[in-house]
Design a protein around this ligand. Structure first.
Ligand SMILES: Nc1ncnc2c1ncn2[C@@H]1O[C@H](COP(=O)(O)OP(=O)(O)OP(=O)(O)O)[C@@H](O)[C@H]1O
Length: 291
């Protein structure tokens, strides 16, 4: 499988503030990946560094096999990017902006543009500066998708979209990806969207890649154990990879980092307790990890 994004030991600081600290991950062709992390975790910084808007302090980035920031113009044409705040040429009309943007690309899916303008109810004659924030975001997304880029990078693309449009946008993203030719990397805080669309998740914590992989895989690792014993439990349960614990006399709730590291039968015997395992939602995992 071809790697579309390769990030190796990436470091990026602003002054003394280390935002990205030895961040490494690889994204294969055809993946749809959601980046999750708390406010200020470095999602925007990462995306902007990927496309060369920030220079990395150290480390290596390769997009579509070429090293950032020295991407060829052919490769740049294969990358679509939508920033958190759309920076559109606001004095143009929607149609003028579309025509202008189209002139930069050898490939342009006009029928997709027509469909989305209609579906997302954007008037071609409207001046861009008269559009609401959400409408501008829709337009920015349409223009990023229209050239059918091999790699689509979106910084919180759905933040200003209403729930109906969010669903439609996500459906469009999935349809674009049906033949797994396109790779999509997007940041978001809306974990329900992520679960709906992204097969994979990249969790950023303390400037590093805490987890990169299938959402289902993450959910199979980080779980909550409900422990009940007929006798008082020890103060120190000594369960490896404990993230959070609440302990009363003979009951405990323990969230563990990787259930595969724990022999439940052995633990149950050691504590003379019943153990029930609870799978968590992505939202719960986010909270349990103190992201
Ligand atoms: N140009 C800059 N100069 C100085 N500090 C910056 C700059 N850009 C970002 N930062 C800092 O880097 C940290 C990471 O910011 P970033 O915008 O990447 O986070 P984020 O994960 O996208 O956050 P959010 O979820 O709130 O959008 C923050 O502490 C921010 O203040």
């Amino acid at each position: 499988m071809q790697n579309i994004i390769e990030v190796n030991q990436l470091k990026k600081s602003f002054g003394k503030h280390h935002v990205l600290n030895d961040l490494s991950f690889t994204i294969e062709k055809g993946s749809v990946v959601g980046i999750l992390g708390s406010n200020g975790a470095g999602k925007t910084t990462l995306l902007q560094t990927l496309i060369g808007l920030h220079l990395a302090d150290s480390g290596n980035i390769k997009l579509l096999g070429e090293t950032v920031p020295d991407l060829s113009s052919q490769t740049k044409q294969k990358i679509g990017y939508v920033s958190q705040e759309s920076e559109l040429l606001s004095w143009m009309s929607v149609q003028q902006l579309i025509d202008y943007t189209q002139s930069f690309y050898p490939q342009w899916n006009s029928s997709l543009v027509d469909f989305l303008l209609n579906d997302w109810q954007l008037d071609r004659r409207s001046k861009v500066h008269k559009l609401s924030t959400g409408q501008q975001q829709k337009l920015a997304i349409i223009m990023a998708i229209a050239p059918e880029p091999d790699l689509l990078i979106l910084d919180e693309p759905v933040a200003s979209l209403d729930p109906t449009t969010r669903r439609k946008f996500i459906k469009t993203l999935l349809e674009l990806n049906t033949n797994e030719q396109q790779t999509v990397l997007f940041s978001t805080h809306i974990t329900s969207d992520l679960e709906r669309v992204a097969a994979k998740v990249l969790l950023i914590k303390d400037g590093q890649c805490y987890f990169y992989g299938e959402i289902d895989d993450l959910k199979e690792r980080i779980v909550k154990l409900h422990i009940t014993s007929s006798q008082p439990l020890p103060h120190e349960l000594a369960i490896p990879g404990t993230l959070n614990i609440t302990l009363t006399q003979n009951q405990a709730t323990v969230t563990v980092e990787d259930i595969r590291e724990i022999n439940l039968e052995e633990l149950s015997k050691r504590l003379t307790a019943n153990i029930r395992l609870e799978l968590l939602s992505l939202d719960d995992i986010f909270v349990e990890l103190h992201l």
